[in-house]
Design a protein around this ligand. Structure first.
Ligand SMILES: Cc1cc2nc3c(=O)[nH]c(=O)nc-3n(C[C@H](O)[C@H](O)[C@H](O)COP(=O)(O)OP(=O)(O)OC[C@H]3O[C@@H](n4cnc5c(N)ncnc54)[C@H](O)[C@@H]3O)c2cc1C
Length: 519
């Protein structure tokens, strides 16, 4: 099947019956739940974009089956492939202004890695490598929307999975049957679960010695019996209007706890089955494709571009942009944004192939880019708050604007500097509030800080994995003093990517062993 339309996606979601709970009630039909209407419409639009005649050439490519499928599934075999994929990822991120981290591209890029890493998964059992490859093809050829769970519930982080108070608080294998493996326990968070068609399960963060039972990797339909998702409280309750909540009314990704109440995973969906040796394998390979970094980067950049723009427009709307400290703050945001843009796009100029032929952007630069996006996001939120001050709360609702008696007062007293009407000003501050004040914006900031793991341990991992030869040589030369003479290395004409890490072990794919409770 070629790339799907939004309607095809929605029709399939309608035919599924996942066990989703929201505010204590079981959701009978996901597509009829008002809280889910905005995000479902947005995800459907993500599918429509790829077939829109303006974008189809960017968003699709011809797969080995002869169908035009989503570009996100394409293996990168050249720099041109990288650029083509980045344009696709950035387009779909720009559609949501980077407000949705787990839109379809994220997991599409993830499972592309199952195709590349099939030989590694096949080390435990040939069938598992084949399962991984076939699953990637299944998702690509049916253009499915996936969610995933990586992290065990934070019940007691000082203990390993088998040391928890009960054996299956963390998700693990209970037994095997002729049909497959039976798994029990929970995973902490599954973003987008109510809207997804499939669930991918991969342990992340390091499995401790003796915990092979908990090293299970598999993918199952979202409505597999025994699988339950319990939603957090919505940050955008039903009934929010686009006037009052331009972002949260459209882009709320729901997050859920995933409970596995003795779920049977059929053998053809098992990629790692928890047998002895599984721990070593999952600690060595996360299994995602490196293009996940580009998906994350495109999302980050799209949101930072919006936030920087909001800060500039907020300052303009109330005539504070002439003050020196405001200009300094806006100049700082622009310089941060331009630095990140240069890293994101520049990493392509320094791209190189990994040993398996997969082209990747300059990885140390991409990792540095991603590490800097969270502090930049936080600073942008802070500056928007400083510049907007009380203006957030001096913004009547769309219903007030519709009230003919009130309207003349609003037009008079809620307007901005000359040339900025009351409606324009209020809409702008509501946009700013969604991203910098509302629960929606707070959830996004928490996502930005933690979406790929604990930033403390990830940054420590970057230090541990960094190639430090060059900086050590500089220090040695300085220590040698004048004895070094004029032996100064010339900077390269063309910077080549440092020897890339093996494709099966992304730099921050696992936490440093020293930060594990078991060590
Ligand atoms: C909005 C949002 C959406 C998410 N969506 C998903 C999703 O769809 N799928 C998914 O799998 N995950 C998702 N995540 C989960 C995310 O992967 C985790 O939040 C992340 O890995 C961090 O784990 P944690 O929250 O358990 O924090 P922890 O790792 O428990 O860290 C909490 C604090 O304790 C400290 N700490 C904990 N353990 C150690 C240690 N061993 N050594 C030193 N310090 C330690 C940390 O430094 C940190 O300050 C999402 C997270 C957020 C915020």
């Amino acid at each position: 099947m070629p790339a799907r339309t939004g309607k095809q996606y929605l029709d399939n979601v309608k035919s599924l019956h996942p066990e989703i709970y929201l505010n204590g009630r079981r959701i009978a039909h996901v597509t009829e739940e008002p809280v889910f209407a905005g995000p479902l419409r947005t995800i459907a639009e993500q599918y429509d974009i790829q077939l829109d005649e303006r974008y189809a050439g960017v968003c699709t490519y011809v797969s080995p089956t002869g169908d035009r499928v989503s570009r996100s599934f394409q293996p990168c075999r050249s720099r041109d492939d990288l650029i083509a994929k980045r344009r696709h990822f950035k387009l779909r991120a720009d559609h949501t202004f980077g407000m949705m981290g787990r839109s379809p591209d994220f997991m599409n890029a993830f499972v592309l890695g199952w195709h590349t890493n099939a030989p590694v998964f096949g080390e435990l059992d040939e069938r598992f490598g084949e399962n991984a490859r076939r699953y990637y093809e299944h998702v690509r050829d049916n253009d499915l929307f996936l969610t995933h769970v990586l992290i065990n519930p934070a019940i007691d982080r000082s203990k390993t999975s088998s040391q928890q108070e009960e054996p299956f608080l963390h998700l693990g294998k209970v037994r095997e049957t002729a049909e497959g493996i039976v798994v029990r326990g929970a995973k902490m968070l599954s973003t987008m679960a109510p809207f997804a068609e499939e669930l991918v399960v991969v342990p992340f963060g390091g499995i401790a010695p003796g915990d092979d039972d908990y090293a299970v990797v598999f993918a199952i339909p979202i409505d597999t019996p025994g699988l339950k998702f319990i939603c957090r409280e919505p940050v955008a309750p039903a009934g929010r209007t686009e006037f009052d909540h331009p972002l949260s009314s459209r882009f709320e990704e729901m997050d859920c706890i995933a409970v596995f109440d003795d779920v049977l995973v059929p053998w053809d969906r098992v990629v790692v089955d928890g047998r002895p040796g599984s721990r070593d394998l999952v600690n060595r390979v996360l299994g995602n494709d490196p293009s996940v970094l580009v998906v994350n980067g495109a999302r980050s950049l799209a949101s930072l571009e919006l936030m920087c723009g909001i800060a500039v427009r907020v300052a303009d709307a109330t005539g504070i942009d002439g003050f020196l400290h405001v200009q300094e703050k806006l100049g700082d945001l622009i310089s941060r944004l331009e630095t990140l843009r240069t890293l994101f796009y520049g990493a392509e100029a320094l791209a190189a192939p990994l040993p398996d032929g997969t082209w990747v952007p300059y990885l140390p630069g991409m990792m540095a880019f991603l590490m800097q996006t969270a502090p930049t996001h936080r600073r942008m939120v802070e500056v928007i708050q400083i510049l907007a001050a009380g203006n957030f709360f001096y913004a009547p609702s769309g219903a007030d604007f519709a009230n003919e008696e009130l309207r003349p007062f609003l037009d008079r007293f809620v307007r901005g500097r000359p040339g900025i009407s009351a409606e324009e000003r209020v809409r702008l501050f509501k946009l700013a509030w969604d991203v910098a004040g509302d629960g929606f914006g707070q959830r996004l900031m928490q996502y930005v800080n933690y979406y790929s793991g604990d930033p403390v341990r990830l940054t420590a991992g970057l230090y541990l994995g960094a190639d430090k030869r060059e900086i050590n040589q500089v220090v040695d030369r300085a220590l040698a003093g004048s004895e070094a003479g004029l032996d100064i290395p010339l900077s390269p004409e063309v910077l080549r990517m440092a020897p890339p890490p093996p494709p099966t072990r992304p730099l921050t794919g696992i936490y440093p062993a020293k930060s594990q409770p078991s060590s």
